[in-house]
Design a protein. Structure first.
Length: 324
């Protein structure tokens, strides 16, 4: 059975560097990590193999890996996961980290749910196995031990754009988030596809990229309006999440423009504060608690080797308020 020392030798790095790489440390350069992952894959190295053989067949513990604890999306999703696993007699561990993923590498539980873009595909490919199934919420995978459960982002964007077009808008902008966000990019892709299929013009200047925070939405919309001073603007904007939409609305009002008369704004997620903005924010409601429940159900079905049934698609609905 190959050892970490064998992996380090093939990758031409030290054993400690190989260990850091396998743990996803940000101290290791991406190209070095890739060499280590490639060597491990070629050798058939499995992480912490002796510990796996010694551990009991089930711990009745599952883990959720997220990129942080801020934001209502995580809270509601985790609530759904917890409700389901607790009813099935399992315990839940929640881990938030950017670069050290020791818990998933050392495999202290029966399976994991991952919503953490910091965890590289290669790391999950190395860790996933029949004894360590993984449900991913933020990426696609063909690995038989990695089970994607994705939001119907396309449906939410389609509902939004149909409503915007029905209001008579033809020049529609989009505020995207960081490119590392799987769901955010799916929403952006769905916007571009709809615009193309319906022969609606897309102006490069009307495509804004912020970072999913309210402050970034404010700054990016403020900059957009300054650049468009004396020119025409988009008459409607879709924002890839509600927090950016709320920031954008503040910038629009500070400029002396009216919402939705001058610029309509639509968000995504329907966070609790969306209904209390002025005007109240039109947004796509995502049933994040259901998403978490379905993720937990899929994971436990795999762990307990049950016949896998079709998972119910997470519901998304356009919630009409006064910003459109």
């Amino acid at each position: 059975m190959p050892t970490l020392k064998d992996v380090a030798k093939m990758a031409k790095v030290s054993v400690s560097t190989a260990s850091y790489a396998m743990n996803g440390s940000s101290l290791i350069l991406p190209e070095t990590k890739q060499r280590v992952y490639d060597a491990a894959k070629e050798l058939g190295y499995r992480i912490n193999g002796s510990a796996k053989n010694l551990k009991k067949s089930k711990t009745e513990i599952v883990a959720v890996f997220i990129s942080g604890f801020t934001g209502p999306v995580f809270n509601e999703m985790l609530e759904g996961v917890h409700d389901y696993v607790a009813k099935q007699g399992y315990e839940l561990v929640v881990c938030a980290s950017n670069d050290k993923h020791r818990l998933i590498v050392e495999n202290h539980f029966d399976g994991a749910i991952v919503l953490n873009y910091h965890m590289e595909d290669e790391l999950l490919e190395m860790v996933a196995s029949e004894k360590m199934p993984i449900v991913v919420l933020d990426r696609e995978s063909n690995n038989p031990h990695i089970h994607p459960l994705l939001l119907p982002n396309e449906s939410g964007v389609k509902q939004t754009l149909e409503a915007i077009v029905a209001e008579g808008h033809k020049r529609i902008g989009f505020m995207a988030g960081q490119e590392v966000s799987f769901d955010g990019e799916k929403r952006f892709d769905a916007y571009q596809l709809f615009m193309q299929e319906h022969d609606l013009p897309v102006y490069y200047g009307d495509l804004i990229r912020a970072d999913f925070t309210e402050s970034s939405g404010y700054e990016c919309m403020k900059g957009y309006l300054q650049r468009q001073e004396g020119k025409t603007t988009a008459t409607a904007f879709i924002c890839a999440n509600d927090e950016m939409a709320i920031g954008a609305m503040r910038a629009i009002k500070e400029k002396g423009l009216k919402i939705p008369e001058d610029i309509a704004i639509v968000g995504f997620d329907d966070i609790p504060t969306a209904k209390y903005t002025d005007p109240a924010l039109t947004t796509v409601r995502v049933n994040k608690k259901q998403w978490g429940k379905e993720a937990a159900k899929r994971l436990l079905d795999v762990i307990e080797k049950k016949t896998l049934e079709n998972i119910e698609e997470t519901r998304v609905d356009l919630i009409r308020r006064r910003s459109l």
